[in-house]
Design a protein around this ligand. Structure first.
Ligand SMILES: Nc1nc2c(ncn2[C@@H]2O[C@H](COP(=O)(O)OP(=O)(O)OP(=O)(O)O)[C@@H](O)[C@H]2O)c(=O)[nH]1
Ligand SMILES: [Mg+2]
Ligand SMILES: [Zn+2]
Length: 323
């Protein structure tokens, strides 16, 4: 459309038409079609219509916040296909952008698959940050240890996975064998799952194994610096032939949870929950208070000191690591 300027009258007409469209859409009479955002670029998005066909649609500036997984209405107009409105999100996974503002990464997901691997070196605190974010968003989690073929060299990774299993989280290993891929596929089922985690843990590779034929580009860690690596740069939805969707997401370096209320973070630690209504103070921060049931549980080893330190790291946001 270039720099075409709209007269006030034209703009009014467009607004009136949009209002009419919204009205008729909510009344169910619209020509607008429903669809799901499969990939989001700066001014366009790929929309998967309900019949499974994909269309490149223009994004109007008022809909610039749309993300993979969003459900939208779209229509074909003279100047191309346009997204006309966003439908309500069932769930949303958010994380802070470079400026610390919370931004949605994926919408309408049923499961957050948190992936780690022996290489790059895992950071339990990052896993815990995702677990807290998932709890806040009321989305189920599955912790996946990928690159199981490297576990011989890194047995401590299996212990880390087992420590999450023992406190009640859903966990699974993943690797190059077809049996492992089948087990992972069964565990995901027909849900919409988003794969998250550090760059290089193998999220895109796992999706390649689950969906042979898609051939997502994957990058080799050995190539070092980002140069030449096929790192995923935008979240993208893939449809599974057996039902359900998988959303690949760009790997992250850090996951800040700035200014979060300790009383909201603690329930994101599954094994803290039985103790949370036993502290003397209802608004206990579980950091320094007298008669804090969480601190007592750390003392008696009912809560591991590693997980407690991770909790402190999140509420104080003392994260200085670079992942
Ligand atoms: N040994 C081993 N290597 C794997 C496995 N899965 C993936 N890799 C390798 O790990 C590297 C990174 O894989 P990717 O799939 O690009 O990782 P990613 O998590 O998608 O990375 P980003 O897109 O940057 O977030 C590639 O060299 C893969 O070949 C596995 O099960 N075993
Ligand atoms: Mg990737
Ligand atoms: Zn407490």
């Amino acid at each position: 459309m270039g720099n075409r300027r709209l007269t006030d009258q034209q703009r009014r007409r467009i607004e009136e038409n949009a209002a009419k469209r919204r009205e008729s859409a909510s009344a169910g009479f619209s020509d607008d079609l429903e669809g799901m955002i499969v990939a989001r670029y700066s001014k366009t998005a790929i929309v998967r219509a309900n019949d499974g066909e994909t269309h490149t649609c223009h994004l109007r500036p008022n809909l610039s916040h749309l993300v993979a997984g969003d459900r939208v209405l779209w229509s074909n107009e003279e100047t191309g296909a346009y997204i006309t409105s966003q439908l309500e999100r069932r769930t949303e996974l958010k994380r802070p952008d470079a400026r610390g503002q919370l931004k949605a990464v994926a919408a309408n997901v049923d499961l957050i698959a948190i992936v780690f691997a022996p290489e790059p070196e895992p950071h339990a605190n990052l896993i815990d940050r995702y677990l807290v974010a998932a709890h806040m968003a009321s989305i189920d989690t599955l912790i996946i240890l990928n690159k199981s073929d490297l576990l011989g060299k890194h047995p401590e990774c299996r212990s880390l996975l087992e420590s999450y299993r023992s406190i009640g989280y859903e966990v699974i290993t993943s690797g190059p064998t077809p049996d492992e891929t089948k087990a992972l596929s069964d565990r995901l089922g027909i849900r919409t799952s988003v794969f998250v985690g550090q760059s290089g843990v193998g999220k895109s590779s796992m999706i390649n194994r689950l969906l042979p034929g898609e051939e997502l580009r994957v990058g080799a860690l050995s190539e070092g610096v980002l140069k030449g690596r096929h790192t995923t740069t935008t979240a993208e939805v893939f449809e599974r032939p057996s039902g359900g969707f998988i959303i690949d997401s760009p790997g992250i370096r850090e996951f800040g949870l700035q200014h979060v209320d300790p009383t909201l973070v603690a329930p994101g630690f599954i094994e803290f929950r039985p103790f949370l209504d036993q502290c003397r103070f209802r608004d206990c921060s579980h950091l320094v208070e007298k008669d804090c049931a969480v601190l007592a549980a750390v003392e008696s080893n009912e809560i591991s000191s590693e997980r407690y330190q991770s909790f402190v790291n999140i509420v104080r946001d003392v994260d200085t690591q670079s992942y």
